[in-house]
Write a protein that binds this ligand. Structure first.
Ligand code: GRG
Length: 321
């Protein structure tokens, strides 16, 4: 799906799909597990070749959602790196750094348009609406992060809304799309959405902790990339609730690195990291609860996939990279 006619565009678009830099593929993994977890087994008497063919076709369509989701994700990373003027991504040079901003923007557009063509081929307007909304959310979240007033920067509600748009919308709406393609009820589709949304929020909250701690538990061991770019995340927002004087530092900004040190000092004295972890655990538990609410099913593959989805809710909160 990512192969382009023009050689330069082809190498740009394929850049992050090559072996070794393909990323964790967390999103497609979740979606394929969700597809199996929502499988409705056909009763034995009806089970014939036709049913098998239908099951295979459904799987192919759900796999297409997983592919589209990964393409939208990578497209957004390419554009994000241009906006941030990043020079690395996934341990190698970012595409904008290696091939320039113009090709990086065009490669993102190309991936997004190939994703649109694949989406159209599914001929399901509700699913098209879900994923088109995701792209709108990504752009909205990015813009929210870029253009904040002082009050918005210090607001937990604003931060959670932005986090939903930038990180959780993609996985929640794609999970819902998987359920709709399976012909599931509106109730089950909402459970799939809730799972994705809460898993995505938990994932990002831990990401924000790791930006301060890295693989160790101690502060300042992470890349500190958010705070150095002036992006205020949950740990600082919680610390600010305990130490309101931290707000003055946040308002001054972090161009002066001594402000980063001051903020880290307050963060260290506060329960900011712990409270962020607790909030992540709360969302991980909500994700697990959504899986537990799915209609009972005794099929071994379905149960295995549901266990794996539950296992992921633990992994997102215990990961240290
Ligand atoms: C072109 C669709 C499109 C949108 C443009 C720039 C922009 C609008 C959106 C940016 C959205 C963005 C970069 C959100 C961050 C999401 C996030 C947590 C990325 C990290 O994901 P990982 O850790 O990365 O899963 P890997 O490398 O494993 O894929």
């Amino acid at each position: 799906m990512v192969v382009a006619e023009v050689p330069k565009l082809a190498s740009a678009a394929e850049y992050f799909f090559k072996m070794g830099v393909e990323g964790k593929r967390f999103r497609p993994t979740v979606l394929l597990l969700m597809a199996t977890a929502l499988n409705v087994r056909v009763p034995e008497p009806l089970h014939d070749g036709v049913e098998d063919a239908l099951a295979t076709e459904l799987r192919t369509r759900q796999q297409c959602i997983a592919e589209i989701t990964e393409m939208i994700h990578v497209a957004s990373l390419l554009h994000d790196d241009v906006l941030d003027d990043a020079d690395t991504r996934r341990g190698i040079g970012s595409l904008n750094f290696v091939m320039g901003n113009k090709l990086a923007v065009l490669a993102g557009d190309f991936l997004l348009s190939r994703a649109c063509v694949a989406l159209a081929s599914l001929k399901n307007t509700e699913v098209v609406t879900l994923l088109a909304t995701v792209v709108e959310h990504l752009v909205t979240g990015e813009t929210m992060q870029m253009t904040t007033s002082s009050d918005q920067r210090c607001s937990m509600d604003y931060y959670m809304q932005k986090t939903y748009y930038k990180t959780a919308s993609l996985i929640s709406n794609s999970c819902k799309a998987i359920a709709l393609l399976a012909g599931q009820t509106a109730e089950v589709a909402i459970l799939a959405f809730d799972y994705g949304k809460n898993l995505g929020l938990a994932y990002q909250l831990i990401d924000d902790v790791l930006d301060f701690t890295g693989t160790s538990a101690s502060l300042g061991k992470g890349s500190l990339s958010d705070i150095q770019h002036g992006i205020i995340t949950a740990p600082i927002l919680f610390a600010m609730e305990e130490f309101p004087q931290l707000r003055t530092v946040v308002e001054q900004g972090f161009e002066d690195s001594s402000n980063v040190d001051i903020a880290l000092e307050y963060l260290g004295k506060s329960r900011g990291i712990q409270k962020t972890r607790e909030l992540a655990v709360k969302h991980a538990n909500l994700a697990a609860a959504a899986i537990d609410c799915l209609p009972e099913n005794n099929d071994e593959d379905v149960r295995k996939s549901r266990r794996a989805l539950l296992d992921l809710t633990h992994r997102v909160i215990t990961r240290n990279k």
